[in-house]
Design a protein around this ligand. Structure first.
Ligand code: NAP
Length: 246
């Protein structure tokens, strides 16, 4: 489905990003496996893709740093001549009650989750606009739709990302660039491994399908959005949450 496409997946050293990178590579894309601090895990993603017969390379950048994103995008353009698909997946949590939340924890989450997507989209879309073709997928969260106690910073970042997805879809549609978001619920990755057993039990009670999702299930939605199967879809938020938000 993605033969001859070049896809940049940010945060592909982590659970969902890795699954998306593997899924797009399995479907023919050349994948840029982006990481920031965890080179070993990113290398594992690359090795796994190569083992499956796919093509992948590594790139490091701090998405909250505009210069770092610019350099990464320019290096990819030099090497491959284009970026067809950008998956803005890198993200963090710094959970805590609002009353105790530091300004630093608020800023850090906004800088990585929201501004990081702005930075990567800004530089990648320049080349997509020239080619009059492109596809941007933002990894939001149901926290950005329904809010989550203890996640004022995270919910704000993901709600912002959803707004950005819709506005950008309108701006870039004339250049044949589609922009959509995925809003996962609770997915089994390192991010949710941090949750206490009590919080996990409470979370499962809210999920009609009665379990956390798998990263590969999110990757299936990313593949759909990245491919022409979704060619007439832009500005949408697709929830994958086991039915939490119905
Ligand atoms: P994860 O396993 O913790 O991976 C997070 C990724 O983000 C890592 O690859 C990490 O790279 C990267 N990252 C963090 N800070 C960065 C920075 N400053 N610059 C560049 N990259 C940075 O998390 P995940 O569960 O796969 O989450 C992936 C995305 O899905 C996130 O946006 C998250 O908010 C969203 N999401 C997850 C869930 C869930 O239940 N897991 C639910 C809803 C939404 P390094 O490790 O290399 O630094």
């Amino acid at each position: 489905m993605l033969k001859e496409k070049v896809a940049l997946i940010t945060g592909a050293s982590g659970g969902i990003g890795r699954a998306v990178a593997i899924k797009l590579a399995e479907n023919g894309a050349t994948v840029i496996v982006h990481y920031n601090g965890n080179k070993e895990k990113a290398e594992e993603t690359v090795k796994y893709i190569e083992y499956l017969g796919g093509k992948a390379i590594l790139k490091k950048a701090d998405v909250s740093d505009s210069e770092s994103c610019k350099e990464m995008v320019e290096e990819i353009i030099k090497e491959f001549g284009k970026i067809d698909i950008l998956v803005n997946n890198a993200g963090i949590t710094k959970d805590g009650l609002f009353i105790k939340m530091s300004e630093r924890d608020f800023d850090e989450v906004i800088d990585i989750n929201l501004k990081g997507s702005f930075n990567c989209s800004k530089f990648a879309s320049r080349y997509m606009m020239k080619k009059r073709s492109g596809n941007i997928i933002n990894m939001a969260s149901i926290s950005g739709i329904i809010g989550n106690a203890g996640q004022v910073n995270y919910s704000a970042s993901k709600a912002g990302l959803i707004g950005m997805t819709k506005a950008l879809a309108k701006e870039l549609s004339a250049r044949n660039i589609r922009v959509n978001a995925i809003a996962p619920g609770f997915i089994e990755t390192e991010m949710t491994e941090k949750l206490s057993e009590k919080i996990r039990e409470e979370a499962v009670k809210q999920i009609p399908l009665g379990r956390f999702g798998k990263a590969e299930e999110v990757a299936n939605v990313a593949l759909f959005l990245a491919s022409e199967q979704s060619g007439y879809i832009t500005g949408q938020v697709i929830r994958i949450d086991g039915g939490i938000v119905i």
